[in-house]
Design a protein around this ligand. Structure first.
Ligand SMILES: *[C@@H]1O[C@H](CO)[C@@H](O)[C@H](O)[C@H]1NC(C)=O
Ligand SMILES: *[C@@H]1O[C@H](CO)[C@@H](O)[C@H](O)[C@H]1NC(C)=O
Ligand SMILES: *[C@@H]1O[C@H](CO)[C@@H](O)[C@H](O)[C@H]1NC(C)=O
Ligand SMILES: *[C@@H]1O[C@H](CO)[C@@H](O)[C@H](O)[C@H]1NC(C)=O
Ligand SMILES: *[C@@H]1O[C@H](CO)[C@@H](O)[C@H](O)[C@H]1NC(C)=O
Ligand SMILES: *[C@@H]1O[C@H](CO)[C@@H](O)[C@H](O)[C@H]1NC(C)=O
Length: 689
């Protein structure tokens, strides 16, 4: 303590001497500005003290190693002048300053790191007699809280607890004036730029590089502190802490040293590293670019003990379980009376959000195979349940050619804004290593596919005519929204029964829209991969591979004929549904096209209408197909169905177009094996509700 004060005195006298001898215009002193991208070759500009601090040969500044009870400090060798006296010498102010640094904390084990480090303004370029552990190498138990310290510290605290004995894991940033007790403390998070109310938490002790930025604005006396993982592609604009700190005026002396201190405890021990550091008085310090810094130290932390996060998780999930049980009771009663759609309504948020992988992992029971409800060309679909007991479908996209994550994210964000009664809502996404995960509504009734072809679900009845007609109109309305009613034209590209999910009130929801484009973007080749499903692909796709709303209309036409007839679009032979219906139409036997399983319980007018519209949509020439708007008008009876022209000529030309490119296009089952990489048979949600 005594030496500390005499040091202060000596340095004060020294600076006074300098002042008198060197400069007369002290207010005009040049600003201090520096940037260290690693500290190699800059050893002389950094003053190291305290047992554990050192500059490593690779240029990393290590404040402490993982020994017990050690401290380390590193200060810039020259003092900075932040005190500004006005000309009439009455009121002093503090000059703006700004600093940015990238640090890494590697705990001895993830539950046993400590104690943290600080960015400190100090009258001396070292902290003599500073204590370890909770004193963080800044103060000691004798001078703690003493206004004569003239110490300001922003602490990066990894051990929680104001009292000396507590040693819970902490993860906070604190602002300290002359004391190890923070005036203000905030748990570590960063805010997202696109929605400033959203924040992500992360661990200081992760072993990964973290960028910190401390900006002090003199005129407003505001101190901002921002921390974020250095790997982030963006720089958060909203600071974690933005606080007026008039107290700083009492701390500040004519000359102050800037630097870092760190300490370990008896058992809580972390190595604290600074990879790079920039500082500026009067201007904004340079943000450091991770790629220009020396490589981070290897993360040698021992693996997880039973840390408090897991405990929190367990406590939280038991609480959630209890709530879920209560909710379940109400839900079951509710479900009996009301329809599923209403339950899903509180989901109708307007933006897809980023889910944490951890949450999805928990929701899907670790992507358990028993939770798989569908597989297909784009990936595997898992059923999951969020802690708030909302059920979700998680699609894990096959990662083979995923590139340009940022573009995907933009695309997904845009797809997520699509909201329509007849579309499966996309709620969010998650990027984990190479996997891209998409989170959708879970729709329990299964796909149209299964309703049309598998053994009837309830009460042994086939899908009724009314339901079929309602489903057809619903799909048309969903497609119309994609094609015309949203701000961008979205081509679905893979309209087929297995992509139509049916809610319990028989409302259809179209899934997987936009995925084809997403997938195509990821493909390595410049040429557009052909995405679609045999039997639903319009003939022109074989020639130009340019999907359009007209090719969606074609697929819808096939689907419509399928809904009415209950027959698949192709079989292994020469059967092609549209040809078959057309032939029946020409022979005046159109009623034979109607699903015989319906018996006589269908509306003749509606069925004939649907068949006619289906045939129109399957027109060989894309320009002769109606738009989805017109299709919907036809189906609603608002407009009479146009005559089918004589040169409709579906059969020959369309078949030969495909035949020349894909041998035997009509045979979906035999061809898929050879085209499976390009022609997807997208996922479907099977019965499980
Ligand atoms: C660090 O050292 C290099 C080379 O010795 C020198 O060019 C650079 O100016 C130094 N950086 C600072 C901030 O002093
Ligand atoms: C570390 O410091 C604490 C208290 O300051 C003391 O009880 C302990 O013995 C010290 N441990 C070592 C290894 O010096
Ligand atoms: C000097 O102080 C007086 C009041 O104490 C104030 O009115 C005046 O604006 C100050 N002058 C400057 C240049 O700051
Ligand atoms: C100087 O400080 C005094 C008291 O804090 C205040 O009343 C006065 O307005 C200040 N003057 C200036 C120029 O800031
Ligand atoms: C501090 O943060 C606030 C709030 O975001 C901002 O308005 C202000 O400009 C920031 N100040 C500095 C010095 O960065
Ligand atoms: C970081 O450095 C790399 C390589 O020098 C450069 O490509 C990149 O644009 C830089 N990033 C920023 C944000 O300056």
């Amino acid at each position: 303590m005594g030496t500390s004060r005499s040091m202060v005195l000596v340095s004060l006298l020294f600076s006074l001497f300098l002042l008198l001898s060197v400069s007369k215009t002290r207010a005009q002193r040049p600003q201090t500005e520096f940037t260290f991208r690693g500290f190699k070759g800059n050893e002389s500009e950094i003053r190291i003290a305290g047992g554990a601090a050192t500059i490593k040969p690779d240029g990393l500044l290590r404040l402490t190693n993982r020994d017990s009870n050690v401290t380390g400090t590193a200060f810039y060798h020259k003092p900075v002048r932040l005190h500004k006296t006005n000309t009439n010498s009455t009121n002093a102010t503090i000059r703006s300053f700004s600093t940015s640094f990238v640090f890494v904390i590697i705990p001895s084990s993830s539950s046993n790191g400590g104690f943290g480090f600080t960015f400190t303004l100090s009258p001396t370029p070292n902290r003599p007699n500073a204590g370890s552990a909770q004193y963080l190498g800044v103060l000691n138990k004798d001078n703690n809280g003493d206004p004569r310290n003239h110490v300001f510290a922003v602490e990066f605290d990894t051990v929680q607890g104001a009292r000396d004995d507590t040693d819970r894991i902490g993860n906070d940033i604190g602002i300290n004036f002359n004391s190890r007790t923070s005036d203000m403390q905030e748990p570590v998070v960063y805010y997202l730029n696109d929605d400033l109310t959203k924040k992500e938490d992360f661990q200081l002790e992760s072993g990964n590089p973290i960028q910190a930025r401390i900006d002090y604005d003199g005129p407003t006396q505001t101190l901002n502190v921002t921390v974020y993982p250095a790997r982030l592609a963006f720089k958060p604009t909203k600071p974690l802490i933005s606080q007026k700190v008039p107290k700083l005026l009492n701390i500040m002396q004519e000359e102050m040293y800037v630097g870092f201190t760190a300490a370990t405890g008896k058992d809580q021990r972390s190595a604290h590293y600074i990879m790079g550091w920039s500082f500026s008085s009067g201007a904004i310090a340079k943000t450091l670019n991770l790629s220009e810094l020396p490589p981070p130290p290897p993360n040698t932390a021992k693996n997880r003990g039973f840390n408090s996060h897991i405990i929190v998780l367990i406590v939280a999930s038991s609480a959630v379980l209890l709530i879920m049980l209560v909710l379940l009771f109400f839900f079951v009663m509710y479900k009996h009376r009301l329809q599923q759609e209403d339950v899903l309504e509180d989901w109708e948020i307007d933006h897809p959000r980023r889910f944490r992988y951890r949450d999805l992992y928990v929701a899907t029971d670790g992507f358990n195979e028993t939770g798989i409800i569908g597989t297909g060309g784009f990936g595997t679909v898992f059923k999951g349940k969020l802690p708030n007991s909302v059920q979700i479908a998680v699609k894990k996209i096959i990662p083979n050619s995923m590139q340009g994550v940022r573009e995907f994210v933009a695309e997904i964000e845009s797809l997520g804004k699509l909201r329509h009664l007849n579309l499966v809502n996309l709620h969010g996404w998650c990027k984990h290593k190479k996997d891209l995960l998409l989170i959708y509504d879970y729709i329990p009734n299964g796909s149209l596919d299964s309703l049309l072809y598998t053994v009837p679900r309830r009460s042994g009845a086939v899908l009724s005519w009314n339901a079929r007609f309602q489903i057809a109109k619903g799909i048309a309305s969903g497609l119309l929204y994609l094609h015309e009613e949203w701000e961008q034209i979205v081509i679905h590209r893979d309209v087929k029964p297995s992509n139509v999910l049916i809610e319990s009130n028989m409302n259809p929801r179209l899934g997987d829209f936009g995925l084809a484009r997403l997938y195509e973007r990821g493909s390595l080749t410049q040429t557009t991969a052909l995405v679609g499903t045999i039997g639903y692909m319009a003939p022109e796709l074989a020639r130009n591979r340019k999907p359009s709303s007209a090719s969606d209309v074609f697929a819808f036409g096939v689907l419509l004929l399928e809904i009415v007839s209950g027959r698949k679009p192709t079989d292994s032979g020469n059967f092609f549904l549209a040809d078959w219906v057309m032939e029946l139409e020409m022979n005046g036997e159109i009623n034979s096209a109607i699903d015989p399983r319906l018996g006589s319980s269908y509306d003749d007018g509606e069925a004939r209408l649907a068949l006619a519209v289906g045939l129109l949509c399957c027109h060989q020439k894309p320009e002769s197909r109606p738009s989805m708007r017109v299709v919907l008008r036809y189906l609603n009876g608002d407009e009479d169905v146009a005559e089918i022209e004589d040169d409709w000529g579906f059969s020959k030309s369309s078949r030969s177009d495909f035949g020349s490119k894909f041998v035997g296009y009509v045979s979906s089952s035999s061809i898929t094996s050879s085209f499976v990489t390009r022609v997807s048979s997208t996922s479907h949600i099977s019965n499980s509700g």
